[in-house]
Design a binder for this molecule. Sequence first.
Ligand code: COA
Length: 146
Amino acid sequence: MVTIREARPADEARWRELWAGYTAFYKANVPETVTATTWARILDPLVPVFARLAEVGGVVAGFAVCIVHARTWSVEPIVYLEDLFVDPGVRGGGVGFALIEDLKQEARRLGACQLYWHTETDNERARRLYDRFQPADDYVRYRLSL
Ligand SMILES: CC(C)(COP(=O)(O)OP(=O)(O)OC[C@H]1O[C@@H](n2cnc3c(N)ncnc32)[C@H](O)[C@@H]1OP(=O)(O)O)[C@@H](O)C(=O)NCCC(=O)NCCS
């Protein structure tokens, strides 16, 4: 049984555990100041960043972190799903699916007209899940570090 809800201040310790698993998955060394800032942004209603948490058996077992932003091709904002992670112990049980289903509703509630995200081409597990929602498009990504 999966329940999806908003993030609250009391979730910080558990979110940080899952966040550590997520950054380890990407072999990324994320500085503490970045982690602290991201958590603060999630909780700050004035910052267009939000998180949705998945609870399984009363324990937070996954998260989605999103950014709401304006767009030149629509009047409505759109929602970018930046981070998605499920505790390895409960994977394959529909938690990731439930998080994305919830985001569709949450994005609509925020008045957005699109929910979008990226993943690595070889993240097969994630792509199997994502393909249930929508086939990938044929865009490629360019990034300049500044
Ligand atoms: C990718 C990730 C978030 C998926 O989470 P998950 O909880 O295992 O995903 P689900 O259990 O919802 O989906 C897994 C499978 O069940 C299917 N599924 C689950 N619930 C379903 C439902 N209600 N209806 C239809 N299909 C469903 C999915 O399509 C998928 O298919 P598969 O069995 O062929 O793999 C998780 O593996 C993870 O955290 N990976 C590491 C981090 C990562 O890669 N994040 C994404 C970065 S872009």
